[in-house]
Design a protein. Sequence first.
Length: 447
Amino acid sequence: MITRGELLRKVVHMSVGLIAFSVRFLGPAGSAACALGATLFNLLLLPRLGGKSLWREEETARGASLGIVLYPLTVLLLILACWRRLEVAAAVWGILAFGDGMASLVGMSIGRQKLPWNPGKSWAGTIAYWVFGTAGCATLLLWTAQGSGREYGLSFALAISAAAALLAAALESLPQGLDDNLGVPLVTGLFLFCLTLTVGNYGALASDELLGRVAVGAGVNLVLAVLGYATRGVNLSGFIAGFLVGTLIYTCLDWRGYLLLLTFFVLGTAATKLGYQRKAAAGLAQEGGGRRGAKHALANTWVAAASAFFALTTAHPELFTLTFAAAFATKTSDTAASEIGQLWGRRTFLLTTLRPVPRGTEGAVSLEGTVAGILGSLVVAVLGAAVGLFSFSWIWVVVLAAFVGTTLESLVGATLEKRGLLDNEAVNFLNTLIGALTAAAAYAFLA
């Protein structure tokens, strides 16, 4: 049952979303100024002007409402990131305002059937998030884009809005300790931005060659998924997720992209299985006997799979093949560094304190693990260049991106994951995302 205080909070939450319609007229500077002003107002003045009535019980006990401050701050970050494509910032604001707002109202009112992976969320609320998030996103995307020279069309806007809202709803449904007013909109904004780049480029999806790749990819992946399951490399959910992701990657980047996926899987599985009994005896081995499930597969490969899709459907194939390789190189580096460090690391320490810690400590690094990680990423990078996904001159960028992603993952592990604010799958996803974004930034600067 929804309380009066929560109802008022969500009404305000959605009402503020109506301001997104002014972004079209305010422009980037004016919109950013308004978002900054709202952030400062919510932080400094709102609590003194009766805003505490919007706080939840735990926020009152803590003496602060992080979500109310993060809402306009996230809008500000979206505007700054999408300075030249304000329609993306406005559209994601629509998801944040109307999708999230209606999810809470519907979920608390009729959400009796809970999600199996998160009892704190309901199917009704999640569906409401997707439906109303799609509507808000598409409306603001089309409205804000008018006069910008970028015309999307109603069907295209609805399609990419539905995809973005679905991702946001899925992320929102995950049990995490961090406030969802920050991470969910930022990741969704990046995804929607990439989706807008696909406008006018879907002709490749109707080619006979692509249909052939789908058939070959499905056949190859079925065989390998069965082998992976039979050899206890994956469990049933990992079998299904691996089949779908593998087929998508083969379809979009043919055998060359698929070879990088196989390289990541083989190196990662080998590193996990290496010395497994010793790691198990020390309490350091991966759960499930080292078998990978769907949550592992999707956390580790989602960024690469999205990059493969955008490499096919945008006018920037070189950029996205580079982020594709960087994502797999980063995850290969992270897995090799972690597993080898746990097995042979002589001195493990935290980057946050530089103090020695036991092997297996979240965020711990070692010289042996770091070297293994660099070598693993180098294998992926060299192989990607050798098969023609990108030129050899980009190898160092892929390796550097992997190093940056792995290093920041150690910092996140030693801070946010250690405190229970992020789980291992969220950290793995963030790891590959940072690697891909680092490669994209290097490409934008050097290309």
